[in-house]
Design a protein around this ligand. Structure first.
Ligand code: GDP
Ligand code: MG
Length: 232
């Protein structure tokens, strides 16, 4: 007799999900979950290029405007509550933060300094631009950047500055919507389509995007798979 609490379809892929999509297949998601469940530790903060760690393993960087939810998403991704400090003082961190993943180390996550906060002194903006540009242009082991975009606002001109920098430096990147729980499903659909349309026009952008919510856990498993896919 079949168990009434076990629907026959329970091993079927979610509707609309492409089983062969490298970030959405059950196998990729499970493999990525295992990696992120293993050891992850903060390595160092680099306020300038001379403090970067030796480029010995592949890196995936996270970028986004201040307050976009970058620290929250890194914490959700790694299942650690305070790995990347979620800050209420926007713009305080103007450093590249490095996290070692795996033991032995498989790759590094790089938390890039946020941008676009109001009242930023001009010399700070200038410093940000030089640090980020030099890092993007010179970092051989940087496999991909994940550019976080607030789902409530979509791509803003401040985001376009870093998208342009990535396109010019030919660093492949993927846009990731954050705080998806804050808008209605129809609005999320709309901002997703608009973001994909812009991604298609950008030479170094991945044509697919991932919508996430650190609060609800939405898209976090797929984002883990996207990190693994990028370093693979
Ligand atoms: N509702 C909701 N709030 C979020 C989410 N992610 C971050 N936040 C909130 O947004 C604010 C900024 O988050 P934080 O991770 O510090 O942003 P960062 O400056 O980009 O590192 C904090 O108050 C978070 O609690 C999310 O997925 N959903
Ligand atoms: Mg932060």
């Amino acid at each position: 007799m079949t168990d009434p609490f076990q629907p026959a379809e329970d091993n079927q892929p979610q509707a609309g999900v492409d089983e062969h999509d490298p970030v959405r297949s059950p196998e990729a998601i499970e493999a990525a979950r295992k990696v992120f469940a293993g050891p992850i530790s903060f390595l160092k903060s680099a306020p300038a290029l001379q403090f970067l760690p030796d480029p010995t393993v592949p890196e995936v960087a996270f970028a986004g405007r201040s307050n976009v939810g970058k620290s929250s998403l890194i914490n959700a991704l790694t299942g650690r509550k305070a790995l990347a400090r979620t800050s209420v003082t926007p713009g305080r961190t103007q450093e590249l933060n490095f996290f070692d993943v795996g033991e032995p180390m498989l790759f590094r996550l790089v938390d890039m300094p946020g941008y676009g906060f109001a009242k930023a002194p001009k010399d700070m903006v200038k410093k940000w631009r030089f640090l980020v540009n030099d890092f993007l242009r010179g970092r051989q082991v940087l496999k991909r950047a994940l550019v976080l975009i607030d789902a409530r606002h979509g791509i803003k001109d401040v985001d376009r500055e870093i998208l342009d920098m990535l396109d010019k430096a030919a660093v492949s990147y993927r846009m990731v919507l954050t705080k998806a729980d804050k808008i209605k499903a129809t609005e999320l659909q709309d901002v997703t389509e608009r973001t994909i349309a812009e991604a298609r026009k950008r030479p170094a952008a991945h044509p697919d995007i991932i919508a996430t919510s650190s609060e609800k856990g939405m898209g976090v498993a797929e984002l883990r798979a996207a990190v693994i896919e990028a370093i693979g």
